[in-house]
Design a protein around this ligand. Structure first.
Ligand SMILES: Cc1cc2nc3c(=O)[nH]c(=O)nc-3n(C[C@H](O)[C@H](O)[C@H](O)COP(=O)(O)O)c2cc1C
Length: 320
């Protein structure tokens, strides 16, 4: 069964781990969730299966994101991820970090579309799970539509149905990954024009989208939206995604009920070996913008430092 890309929550290292995805599943059942990027090296040499764990009962639809550039290694990882039951395997061609460039993957691969195509073909050969790509609109000074069209025309294979495009160039030298998400200007028009050029390709737009209303505007032109920082910083903005984007009934839990359920989960996770520092960090923004937000954030921090949730959970719940 094919999954919908109408509303996606972006892959984010240190953020969209299994716990964060648990939180999002208390708020929306329909948004497509992405894991953090997992590198082929971590899977094959580091045997980091821990990073590939997901909660099969509640997380679907869920996509794993892989980072790598060796078609054989990517195929090996795609096979593992396919057998684990992910709904999609996404290849990261958008990350500009120096570390990633040293491994010759991420955004620098936009300069080698033939290799990207080899990677996609190799991955898709070994699994029936759909393989997708996440890229930028270009690299360095190539922020023109010709570069993007040329890249896409060269990576196209019949199996590639979906492309996620972060609407900024990646500057490969001189900017940190964080600056690379802020300084290059957003060029949504390039992504819109790409949809025009490749109408049969499902195009998901990413970068700087703040809320559902902006998402609905983009959805008039492209097939899907992907949001990263805004839902991570303020998870409640996705509480009406299921109704507004998918025309289904929202889960409808209020903020307090979500927090109660998540804190219960955090306590359970201690038994599973996940300290509070790993789980509580995802809920700093749960009452963002509300009057107790500051006191709530301080108490989360204090709880993490003292490593004692039982002592503060009632006060936390009272603050939202
Ligand atoms: C902390 C952080 C970690 C990120 N890690 C990844 C990653 O692992 N893979 C990836 O493709 N993009 C990663 N990104 C980029 C996001 O997926 C997204 O493309 C970018 O933040 C722009 O979308 P936004 O403006 O909605 O946040 C990361 C972004 C942030 C803020």
């Amino acid at each position: 069964m094919s999954i919908s890309h109408k509303f996606c929550i972006a892959p984010m290292m240190q953020c969209t781990d299994i716990h964060d995805r648990f939180l999002f599943r208390l708020i929306t059942k329909k948004a497509l969730l992405y894991t953090e990027m997992v590198t082929t090296g971590a899977i094959i040499h580091g045997r980091c299966y821990e990073q590939l764990k997901f909660n099969n009962d509640i997380e679907h639809p869920v996509a794993v994101q892989l980072g790598g550039s060796d078609p054989h290694e990517l195929a090996e990882c795609a096979k593992i991820c396919g057998s684990l039951g992910y709904d999609e395997i996404n290849l990261n061609i958008g990350c500009p970090s120096e570390r990633v460039q040293k491994g010759s993957f991420g955004a620098c691969l936009m300069q080698d579309p033939e290799l990207v195509k080899d990677c996609i073909v190799s991955m898709q050969e070994v699994t029936t799970t759909p393989v997708t790509v996440k890229c930028r609109i270009g690299v360095n000074d190539r922020d023109d539509i010709d570069f993007l069209n040329n890249f896409v025309s060269k990576i196209l294979t019949p199996s590639l149905k979906t492309l996620i495009v972060h609407a900024r160039v990646a500057i490969l030298k001189g900017l940190t990954p964080r600056q690379n998400r802020q300084i290059p200007p957003l060029k949504y028009d390039n992504v819109y024009q790409l949809k025009d050029e490749f109408p049969d390709l499902e195009i998901v737009i990413n970068g700087g989208i703040k809320n559902i209303d902006e998402s609905l505007d983009h959805l008039k032109i492209v097939d899907g939206v992907m949001l990263g920082r805004s839902p991570y910083d303020n998870p409640m903005i996705v509480n009406n995604v299921d109704s507004k984007i998918f025309h289904e009934v929202d889960i409808g839990l209020d903020r307090k009920s979500i927090l109660k359920a998540y804190l219960k989960y955090c306590l359970e996770q201690i038994e599973n070996g996940y300290p509070l520092s790993r789980t509580l960090k995802h809920i700093f923004g749960l009452n963002r913008g509300l009057k107790n937000a500051k006191a709530y954030r301080s108490l989360i921090l204090e709880t993490m430092q003292k490593n004692n949730l039982k002592a503060t959970q009632d006060d936390l719940i009272a603050l939202v």
